[in-house]
Design a protein around this ligand. Structure first.
Ligand code: EPU
Length: 338
């Protein structure tokens, strides 16, 4: 469960940017009862590392990726309540649910990362978020030194956000299981422009076909490796802020939210600021989806960080909009001894 070596353990395979950074110790509990002791030793808690940018070598890291398994708690003709371990791979889980006839998660196909991480950042894609499917979250609270079950309503699940990102909880609560409430009836969400464009009658009755369609849409736009998905969140603006932006950018697409605010695509702001494909050292603004920053193979953490700051600065100067990172940036320890 615990690996440490002088000079550190390579972390390139434990995060999706694939950077040549190390950690002082890599802690990989394979059973839930190992978590309390493991958590004590860890500075950072990760799943598959698909939403982090380590800025250098890291202090001890715990990954929950080997906590596996699931249990059906209740099954009726309408719904299934199923508890799934945090370390299950998200995409594998989505596909498994479909094969079992448990529906709701289809549009979240092919999102990198683990089940635990899915709730930490309330993943969303193609008109669906994970939040409405979550009933409760179970895990080890380091501060209280106790296991806790939190109802979803207590977890402040919002747009790419949750209580688990707040200082009192971040790296203090190790999610080990999630209870999901899924439907037995397939009711596809086919509203997102990319999906609408692929209108095919089979989407209406074949959930696995929808799953494969979403995979194909993602594969067209998103790089297979060397990124952490969207690097920034889509900005959410109040009406006067949108009106201001429209003066500079009359064509900006916008999406009204139920609370009266508007979501605008960061990809558009970056694209129209001329940054698509922009390179800095070994890092690049992805040419097909400019919200994604990529490690071209030999990027340093500093290349990626400098690129992120360049994008933020350029967008702020051009449009007066601050882009907030969606990726979690991890502070390093001072250089490890070789
Ligand atoms: N756009 C451009 N130029 C481009 C690409 C996009 O102007 O080169 C504009 C277009 O107006 C397009 C809009 O940006 O309609 C939105 O683009 P897209 O549909 O690709 O989605 P996104 O808003 O950039 C979000 C999520 C993704 C998710 C997709 C699909 C965030 C931060 N990102 O991206 O999630 O897969 O929608 O639903 O909300 C992630 O969080 O890591 C992630 C990949």
């Amino acid at each position: 469960m615990f690996a440490a070596a002088s000079g550190g353990i390579p972390l390139d395979k434990y995060h999706t940017f694939g950077l040549a950074v190390r950690t002082q110790a890599l802690i990989l509990p394979a059973r839930e009862d190992e978590v309390p002791e493991a958590a004590q030793k860890a500075a950072y808690i990760l799943g598959e590392g698909s939403n982090i940018l380590p800025l250098g070598d890291l202090p001890p890291v715990l990954s929950t990726r080997y906590l596996r398994g699931y249990a059906v708690l209740e099954a009726t003709s309408d719904l299934v309540r199923v508890e799934v371990a945090a370390g299950e791979n998200w995409d594998g889980w989505v596909r498994f649910c479909i094969t079992q006839g448990w529906y709701g998660l289809e549009n979240l196909a092919a999102i990198p990362g683990s089940v635990g991480a899915a709730v930490v950042q309330n993943i969303g894609a193609y008109g669906v978020e994970v939040a409405p499917w979550v009933e409760s979250i179970y895990g080890w609270n380091k501060r209280l030194q106790a296991w806790q079950r939190l109802p979803a309503e207590a977890c402040s699940l919002g747009y790419r956000s949750s209580v688990f990102q707040m200082p009192a909880w971040q790296d203090q609560f190790v999610i080990t299981r999630v209870v999901l409430r899924l439907k037995r009836r397939y009711e596809p969400v086919l509203t997102y422009p990319d999906v609408v464009r692929r209108k095919h009658p089979r989407l209406l009755y074949d959930p696995l076909y929808l799953y494969e369609t979403i995979r194909a849409i993602r594969a067209e736009k998103l790089p297979a490796e060397g990124s952490a998905g969207s690097f920034f969140k889509n900005p959410i603006l109040k009406e006067p802020e949108l009106a201001d932006l429209q003066k500079k950018a009359p064509d900006i697409p916008f999406h009204p939210l139920p609370d009266g605010r508007y979501k605008v695509p960061a990809a558009w702001l970056i694209d129209k600021a001329g940054l698509k494909g922009y390179r800095l050292g070994g890092a690049q603004v992805h040419p097909r989806q400019p919200l994604v920053l990529v490690n071209l193979g030999n990027a340093t953490p500093q290349d990626l960080w400098a690129l992120a700051q360049h994008v933020q600065k350029t967008v702020a100067e051009r449009w007066g909009i601050h882009l907030e990172p969606e990726v979690r940036v991890l502070a390093p320890v001072p250089t490890l001894e070789p």
